[in-house]
Design a protein around this ligand. Structure first.
Ligand code: SDX
Length: 443
């Protein structure tokens, strides 16, 4: 029977090494340290900038098959959850590992809704921002500030504390997000209304004006709830990695979620949905698409909302978002930018530049036109990503906390800098040949 091992011959020494191939087809990078040229040699190290082929953990939360375009939360296909479930139930599934029964769902919903209010002092903190502050910057800051209100959250090994902080964060992040939006609009804050659904309450805190009894449009409420389901988790993406890495120092989960939110803010990650709309507005019309595609192929631009580190097929979430967009348009009217998106997709999927690089629409490609039609400003788009992803981040964090194999994240490096140099007095240093700020092209 074939052995589950690799045999490596080090041609520098002629020595052979047998390395176990573990479950999931992985070898332990630490095993490479045994491959040495001498007793005092450090041994081999794997080098993998941006972790393109490095597993950082074993996880049971989300499964992605990038070639087949498969996404499952705890084994349940995203298509089924999007069609049949709701966000709070999916958040329970992601955090707890199983679908809730009726009683557990009611208790979960009650627990989350118990924590939708935020400390009044957060309002003063919020008011410190300029009127035009980006809501993601406000969200990063206010989530981090929450850590100062709940010092007991530092007890990360305490299961009840982890549960309580999870409920607080899933309950409070929509409130922080809505307050940030209202601040940028110069509008009074709308307090949570717990007789509404999780997503309906969020819409109320955003858009309620002077009406006595705000009722969200059920089509838009459902559309946003499905979009929340689609964004709930996505295995070891950039922000989940930030959550795990920062959390590995044993800091409280509010500080770790603030770090994950900051990672999500970037235009290559959760900020891509905002970048897509800016790109569509800049293109302006379907007739300008060929010229834009030409610039992309020349390396001058990126087709935002396209491509993915893992999906080398159509992102299954993008297919669902594209359908939801038209459900929303039936209520709001067609967003004309969709025609540019459709033209971009049509041309890109027939062009070898994209096909050869396996670049397909990702989850961000159609969300922007949908959110815009729902009345959200572009700056709120990454915020709409962060809200549902909070349950995913908390599940990833809790899994890391409980994983006996995990320690503080501290990668190695390959040092390519200067060898030892001696300090010299100022007067002995050579005359500068350039301005101070031109000395380094790194910073
Ligand atoms: C999300 O990781 C996750 O799971 C993230 C996410 C989640 O749910 O958490 O799915 C959410 O972040 C989705 C991705 C949103 N970002 C964007 O849409 C920004 C545009 N996309 C790219 O910047 C890019 O595709 C990434 C960042 C998503 C992935 O980048 P990779 O895996 O590092 O790929 P790469 O940059 O090495 O590109 C490989 C090649 C390069 O060409 P060559 O150098 O080989 O000639 O493909 C090209 C790239 O230039 N390429 C693109 C492109 N994406 C990659 N060319 C044009 N337009 C693009 N969008």
């Amino acid at each position: 029977m074939a052995k589950e091992t690799l045999t490596i011959t080090d041609n520098r020494t002629g020595k052979q090494y047998e390395i176990p191939v573990e479950e999931g087809g992985v070898i332990r990078a630490a095993a490479l340290r045994d491959i040495k040229t001498s007793a005092d040699d450090f041994g081999l190290m794997s080098y993998d900038p941006s972790f393109t082929n490095t597993a950082s953990c074993r996880s049971r939360i989300t499964y992605i098959d990038g070639d087949k375009g498969i996404l499952r939360y705890r084994g349940y296909p995203i298509e089924e959850l999007a069609e049949k479930s709701n966000y709070l139930e999916v958040a329970y599934l992601i955090v707890k590992g199983e679908l809730p029964d009726r009683g557990h769902y009611a208790a979960w919903e009650g627990n989350i809704k118990t924590h939708t209010m935020i400390h009044e002092n957060i309002k003063k903190f919020m008011e410190g921002f300029r009127y035009d502050a980006h809501p993601m910057g406000m969200l990063v800051s206010t989530i981090g500030a929450l850590s100062t209100f709940y010092p007991e959250a530092a007890q990360i090994t305490d299961l009840e504390s982890r549960r309580l902080q999870t409920r607080r964060l899933i309950g409070k992040v929509p409130t922080l997000a809505a307050f940030a939006y209202r601040h940028t609009r110069g509008l009074p804050y709308v307090y949570p209304q717990n007789d509404l659904s999780y997503t309906g309450n969020f819409l109320s805190m955003l858009f309620r004006m002077a009406e006595r009894d705000y009722q969200p449009n059920p089509v838009l409420e459902h559309a946003l709830d499905v979009l929340f389901i689609l964004h709930a988790d996505h295995e070891q993406n950039c922000s989940a990695n930030a959550m795990r890495s920062v959390g590995s120092s044993q800091v409280d989960p509010y500080s770790a979620v603030a770090a994950a939110t900051a990672a999500l803010y970037g235009p290559l990650h959760g900020g891509a949905n905002e970048a897509v709309i800016r790109m569509l507005v800049e293109i302006g019309s379907p007739k300008n698409v060929p010229g834009f595609i030409k610039d992309v192929k020349a390396g001058k631009r990126r087709l935002m909302g396209f491509g993915h580190r893992v999906y080398k097929n159509y992102d299954p979430r993008a297919k669902i978002v594209k359908k939801i967009a038209y459900d929303v348009f039936k209520v709001t009217g067609l967003n004309p930018l969709i025609d540019i998106s459709l033209e971009l997709e049509k041309i890109a999927l027939e062009d070898d530049y994209f096909v050869s690089r396996k670049l397909y629409p990702n989850v961000d490609f159609y969300t922007g036109v949908t959110y815009q039609a729902m009345g959200f400003p572009m700056t709120m788009f990454p915020v709409l990503f962060a809200i549902p992803r909070t349950s995913g981040w908390m599940a990833q964090w809790a899994e890391m906390v409980r994983d006996p194999e995990q320690k503080i994240a501290r990668p190695r490096q390959v040092y390519v800098g200067e060898q030892t140099r001696r300090w010299t007095p100022l007067e002995q240093r050579p005359e500068p040949t350039m301005r101070e700020d031109a000395v380094s092209d790194e910073i």
